[in-house]
Design a binder for this molecule. Sequence first.
Ligand SMILES: *Cc1c(COP(=O)(O)O)cnc(C)c1O
Length: 334
Amino acid sequence: MTTVVDLRSDTVTKPTPAMRAAMAEADVGDDVYGEDPTVNALEAEVADLLGHEAGLFVPSGSLGNQLGIRLLVAPGRELVCDSLAHVARAELGAAAVFSGITFRTWRATRGVLDVGAITELIAPNAGPYLVSTAAIAVENTHNFGGGTVQPVQRVRAVIELARSHGLGLHLDGARLWNAHVASGLSLRELAAGFDTASVCLSKGLGAPVGSVLVSTAQRIADARVWRKRYGAGMRQSGILAAAGRYALTHHVQRLAEDHTRARRLASALGADPATVDTNMVVLDAAEASTVVAEAREQDVLVSALGPRFLRLVTHLDVDDDAIDRAIDVLAPLV
Ligand SMILES: *Cc1c(COP(=O)(O)O)cnc(C)c1O
């Protein structure tokens, strides 16, 4: 039996035996009462790592983002982000449905922040004629941009811009861990200057479930109310938080291996390795869906994110042999 090489996403990882053991042994309590010691420890640990006052454990990155942006943007106001941002493109209109938030977007190459475009786009205090901008969202690394690490000078410029116009700033840091390992900047540096930040434990870190939203103690207290209101108050969720804590200790530095493998995949398949910042490879294929189907017949799974856009993602469950297999199968197809 050949095992399947699954490069569709880094969300497909399964908890390792050691992670499962940590979950089984977790000390738990009722987290809606604030009594789950493992959840409390995870929230404090992530808040500290990111240099924010407090954290909130949530079931998904989408909920982390949605709670974060609703704290910063009142109904009838707008959030500004790039047109491929996860919050705009992949959260199914949640900000509109739940929070009455509208969006305007700039077009970004590979997801990289365009400070000039943002400056032109924002409309703070627009009065009774136009929608007023309330906040800017930054995604780091950028998913649909191909795992792009945001250039630090541009992030600083956007923070300056937001400050000078009194705008809120949300960081969608689903893969901030990858940005940290790739850039050498600390998580604290990467999350500094943002009012709210959300990070995923269920992507490259390999935990089965969960994200953490960080911000000030006051905002997190508000987010806790909204989390319950949305029906996402969990009880003995320490069993899940334990997987996250295990991942923070054991699975952050190893992301460098995923990055190395992604670069190897890119060179072998004729993509420009300079476009591979982290664990994703984007390939331009004449017919992406045909490549997906033909690779699947040979037990290699990749994603088509557009008619010509293939995405390959390396992760914990893809080793060097799996990369060799993927190259053998994909090279003749792309
Ligand atoms: C995966 C992801 C999220 C959140 O996803 P969930 O599937 O809701 O956990 C948010 N932002 C980005 C950039 C992502 O890649």
